[in-house]
Write a protein that binds this ligand. Sequence first.
Ligand code: ADP
Ligand code: MG
Length: 729
Amino acid sequence: MSKLRFRVVETAFKKKPVAVAVPAERPSEYFAKYVFNKEKMFRYLPSKVYAKLTDVIDNGAPLDRSIADEVAAGMKKWAVEMGATHYTHWFHPLTEGTAEKHDAFVEHDGKGGVMEEFTGKLLVQQEPDASSFPNGGIRNTFEARGYSAWDPSSPAFIVDDTLCIPTIFIAYTGESLDYKAPLLKALRAVDKAAVDVCHYFNPEVKKVVAYLGWEQEYFLVDEGLYAARPDLLMTGRTLMGHDSAKNQQLEDHYFGAIPSRVAAFMKELEIEALKLGIPVKTRHNEVAPNQFELAPVFEECNLAVDHNMLIMALMRKVARNHGFRVLLHEKPFKGVNGSGKHNNWSLGTDTGILLHAPGKLPEENLRFITFVVNTLMAVYRHNGLLKASISSATNAHRLGANEAPPAIISSFLGKQLSQVLEHIEESTKDDLVSLSGKQGMKLDIPQIPELMIDNTDRNRTSPFAFTGNRFEFRAVGSEANCASAMIALNSALAEQLTEFKKDVDELIEKGEPKISAILEVIRRYIKVCKPIHFDGNGYSDEWKAEAARRGLDCETSVPVIFDNYLKPESIRMFESIGVMTKKELEARNEVKWEMYTKKIQIEARVLGDLAMNHIIPVATQYQSDLIDNVYKMKDLFPAEKAAKLSAKNLELIEEIADRTAFIKEHVDAMIEARKVANKIESEREKAIAYHDNIVPMMEEIRYHIDKLELIVDNQMWTLPKYRELLFIR
Ligand code: ADP
Ligand code: MG
């Protein structure tokens, strides 16, 4: 046993950095090499087809099926020239990853041979036999008809030998079975609602785009050590392991020098990402040892979501080239920081970012305030839903753990913006009317200073912080598909902006001048959504009490948090803007609860197995050695002296007996509790049973295992410890 352990550790640490072949060209030359972007479309498509396709992409024009054959032909020509032999519809089912089924371009040529073939029909729509993807009962296996449909707004790309075509995945009855379909609907809805509101300020605006810039945090572990940790392998996190004596106390890892092996990994990852058109820009060490972050320049939301899914897959692949495994789990190690994925979000038009403060013109500032206040309203009204959108069995370990945002959604605005809102709120109606004169506008609203952008007054405890030209939704989990959060946020805002327009128009109809009507409604909203605004310390207990008083959602049980999707106001919101129906929401919640249960179930099984066939045997073996020693002491020394000399060992023997007995009893009890939970019909109730009964048992068992780790002979302990896992050499 001890031999195995040393072998693993040694080989792992002997790895030398892999030399990365850096392309001779500059990044600007190989950027998007594997992407069928506009430049390639222009080259490979007839000009009429190119014009029609770019109209679909840029202006959301309906897709003219008659161009599909020519697009497919051009795409295939490019892909084959690039060495691709297969194609796939690439989609985001309701699991964490992406799905793809590869088909070769090969077709019979009718003369006994084969030819490379790819038609418009194959490009536009396919029917993957994907009946085992989660669907929450919408699509029973016997009516297993779902199809994937081309999303032209996200460009096709090549991975290895396969042309990947981004698609949505829907049931034949029309319901969404993926993340992308509702995301596209939400983006369309927020575009429409925001354009209408923009017209108060500038009638020329034609399109509003939601942007997303994600920051991906992750851990790297040595692959040899990873292989010796069945819990990491099967659940993505360590289910046991005592704190390392040194972890992140010295704060020496954050922004520290990047170890050369890691730097080689990052370099290769970035080159491959750039070739796939992902504009990666920032990399640095994070707070925890072995924790890192990667961020691209922000992009249009749909594309950014695809790119994030793609980069997570790429990270997993490239890590292997360097003898690493990448951990995207939100909390792979207890006692050190977990990983999140900040979602920097904003809206913009062809004239610029709408959340960018401040403009020179008073109208621009009023527009800025309008979008900020409506965002706050949307977040306030749907704070529970937003929390549900980022909740999962895995992210639950991170939220509220004094390192990540608390499990309560609130918004940080900073001093300057808070003052501006206060000022507007405190104004009387007469003030506001005078404000609406150019003179007044200059006096008041333009006080939003330039320095708000990149201000240092950043509150890291806030889950939804304004950071100068965007809001940063920080509660998103590192492993999550950003689409979930983006669907909720953009939908909530679409509904909110629609209502804002209604409210303003009502006042205008009553004879109120436009600017004063807008200010009046804003003033009203600032008052209503005040409870969401919180600039203080989100980690404090006072905040928890205060948030409850303010009526914010303070629920911490993930299965119960999911109920937010089915609240009447959520259903009304999603239905009113055409993003999801009640039936879809219900089906998706079934999937969420089921996923929750399965994750905990797997963890509980792995923990039980490890406890029984790694921990208890090793502890018992060590205990036998101690007992042996005690007997030998008796043989060697007079009884009294032997007893004295063996006192400590006797204590250890007892401690091991107590702890192993506890572990065994609780593993058995946990199995029984699972049996009871598994019999529950309702997915919701089952998930709640797993949350309420199984999770606490796992914690208790772990506690005793971690204590045993401290006393059992190091050479005997079969599992790599935190001090080995967390420090890359
Ligand atoms: P920090 O860690 O300080 O928050 P980073 O530079 O790591 O900052 O990440 C900031 C992210 O925000 C980047 O992905 C960047 O592209 C993105 N971003 C900047 N401006 C906007 C914006 N207006 N809308 C959306 N994302 C933005
Ligand atoms: Mg950030």
